[in-house]
Design a protein around this ligand. Sequence first.
Ligand code: 8X3
Length: 254
Amino acid sequence: MTTSAATRGTAVITGASSGIGAATARALGAAGFPLLLGARRADRLAEVAAGIPGVDVRTRRVDVTDSASVEEFAAGVTSCEVLVCNAGGALGLDPVEKWDEEKWRWMYEANVLSLPRTINAFLPALRASGDGRIVVITSVAGHQTYVGGGGYTGAKHAAAAVVDTVRLELLGEPVRVIEIAPGLVNTEFSTVRFSGDVDRADAVYDGMTPLTGEDVADVVTWAVTRPAHVSVARLDLFPRDQATARDVHRRPAD
Ligand code: 8X3
């Protein structure tokens, strides 16, 4: 049975202030899910929420690298149908030989340790819904490596392993565990990775057509609206111009 829009339970999204998270908030809102949106930037979160008509939208500031913050984010949520663990990110593109320990530590906190924090905080509510769906946005970097990506690919590989483990551990329970692994998506991801260097960030997408946050949101919405017996365990999503983490077709400049 597919849950009808009239009876949808709450969808919780982290990292909802921009990019994939904001687009997912809009898409799940349009699909009729009441929303609880979280992010570090409360002002941006309020703007996203204001642009979503027709469903109840609540916002709370959350930093997924902080256990107390995640617990506050989940406080009082007794039923949650969909949890989208989207918050995360990359810092830097340096070879392992030149690692920055602080950046690696943040990437591990944001992409890996954030998962048990967030999933555990909402698990009772996901169980209580009777058909919980945990969606984790990982990356092609969770399954492949590339030069300079060590801190991020290491963290995302660990994240993918955590997702697989949680799926095993919840087997037999009414909770589906879904991994969406996108390739190149044009969001603030690269601007953050390169510490605000917009030119360097834009160059990542030179001569090719990347995915948009909306493309990923569309797939998340599809995955969480399959019938309850269908588990989209993992879905790799690339732009047509990308075949692997390292193989990207770029048109020559005019
Ligand atoms: C972002 C994709 O290839 O820049 O998760 O690591 S990539």
